[in-house]
Design a protein around this ligand. Structure first.
Ligand code: FMN
Length: 184
């Protein structure tokens, strides 16, 4: 892999070759953004961090990390739109959700996520809990319990409110550091 055009500033040395990584993320209330920044740190200082709206052409990169938040058990809509274009890449996937990653609900979300990456080679998935947007908490509190998503029960909110925490961010960085190393 060699440098091209004026993009050298986005490249870093990995072993004897140059590797270029792109992190594309979508975040409404900031949780996924914080994880995206940790992922970018794990991948190296020259990694390009972007949202779907301002992302450069992914075909110019060797590795693409895609991050999103879970909206009704699926990747949030903005990222779904971006994923329709993403094909034939080595990718790493990360997402935040209100539910405990060890819960059945989180496993259902993970299974729902996988088909969105079918046309790419996924090197790994990372998920962590993310606090629920206070505006949504206020809105959901007014709903009858029968209409709440299972993950939106008030009992879940307090636990989610602590995330992403420093451990989540360190694990995200380490997961993507190892993923990048596996590309050598
Ligand atoms: C409209 C909406 C739907 C959501 N649906 C789910 C869901 O189905 N499952 C879940 O675990 N969390 C759900 N969440 C919680 C978010 O995925 C979680 O708070 C996430 O960390 C938000 O990320 P952000 O701060 O990057 O926007 C939902 C949040 C909103 C606002």
């Amino acid at each position: 892999m060699g440098g091209s055009g004026g993009e050298e500033q986005f490249q870093r040395r990995k072993g004897s070759s140059v590797m270029k990584s792109l992190v594309v993320y979508s975040s409404k209330s900031g949780n996924t953004k914080r994880v995206a920044e940790a992922v970018a740190r794990g991948l190296g200082e020259d990694t390009v961090l972007a949202t779907p709206a301002d992302a450069p052409d992914y075909r110019d990169f060797d590795f693409v990390a895609v991050g999103f938040w879970i909206e009704k058990e699926r990747p949030n809509f903005e990222v779904q739109k971006y994923l329709r274009r993403l094909k034939g890449k080595k990718v790493g996937v990360f997402f935040t959700l209100g539910a405990d990653p060890a819960s059945d609900h989180a496993q259902i979300c993970l299974e729902n996520v996988k088909p969105f990456f079918e046309e790419n080679e996924v090197l790994g998935y990372f998920m962590c809990q993310g606090k629920i947007d206070p505006a949504r908490v206020k809105w959901v509190r007014q709903m009858p319990p029968s209409e709440m998503l299972s993950t939106e029960h008030p009992a879940h909110w307090d636990r989610a409110a602590l995330h992403p925490d420093v451990d989540d961010l360190a694990r995200a960085a380490e997961t993507f550091r190892s993923m990048a190393a596996s590309l050598d």
